[in-house]
Design a protein around this ligand. Structure first.
Ligand code: ZN
Length: 234
């Protein structure tokens, strides 16, 4: 009789222990799944925010502004063309996921140092100053040129080459080549790769009409973006 009770007790104990063990394991598994799901959610959230911050920051600098009109032809002011193209370039870069800042977004006058300081303080990855050329002595002169400074350690010459080539390819404009110039404040004082792009001669009637048309402006923008992407992906 005693032995039978003992056996019954052991059997019940075994069943109870197994039940507890199994339910414990189930709870553990559920907990593990919750932790796993949370960490997946956290990881994907982390990845997303890191991705946004890791997008290159590009500063666009529309040349001139305010009382400084830049060059002029047929009542059209360089500062206005620069701003118009810059705003379109900004939107195209934003659409591609880049971070973009502008030194000016309206008809404001800015010192050259303010432009380079702005890009340095923002810790921009790339700097692009947009200008139009002018040579009234000979209105047949045309084409694109890109200026850079070669005293820097940021490979600005390569950046200039890629922007120049991509611009010439996309617009078909005359290739006037890249030009080293150490007197330009914005390309010299910026601490990141920087170029100053002269996209057209507004003294040339054909180029003036091209650069004020949205189709040609889009070719210019495509060229600049292609140059930027080649430089970033090299
Ligand atoms: Zn200019």
């Amino acid at each position: 009789m005693k032995r039978k009770l003992k056996r019954k007790f052991y059997f019940s104990f075994f069943i109870i222990s197994m039940t507890l063990l199994l339910s414990g394991f189930k709870v553990y598994q559920q907990q593990l799944q919750i932790v796993k799901n949370n960490s997946i959610a956290f990881e994907s959230q982390k990845e997303k925010s890191v991705d946004i911050l890791e997008q290159p920051l590009i500063v666009i600098d529309p040349g001139h502004g305010g009382i400084d009109s830049g060059s002029e032809n047929e009542g059209i002011l360089e500062k206005d063309i620069n701003l118009e193209i810059s705003l379109k370039l900004k939107q195209a870069l934003l659409d591609k996921g880049y971070r973009v800042l502008m030194t000016r977004s309206d008809d404001t006058a800015l010192e050259l140092r303010e432009r380079s300081d702005f890009a340095n303080e923002a810790e921009a990855d790339l700097f692009i100053s947009l200008h139009q050329n002018c040579y009234s002595q000979d209105t047949s002169v045309s084409g694109i040129e890109v200026y850079y400074n070669d005293d820097k350690t940021t490979n600005d010459e390569r950046f200039a080459q890629l922007i120049q080539q991509a611009l010439v390819d996309s617009t078909g404009a005359r290739d006037r080549g890249i030009r080293e110039q150490d007197s330009l404040v914005v390309t010299r004082e910026t601490t990141m790769p920087a170029v100053l792009v002269e996209t057209a001669f507004i003294s040339n009637p054909q180029e003036l009409s091209l650069i004020t048309s949205s189709s040609y402006q889009n070719e210019v923008i495509d060229g600049i973006i292609s140059g930027i992407e080649q430089f970033l992906n090299q």
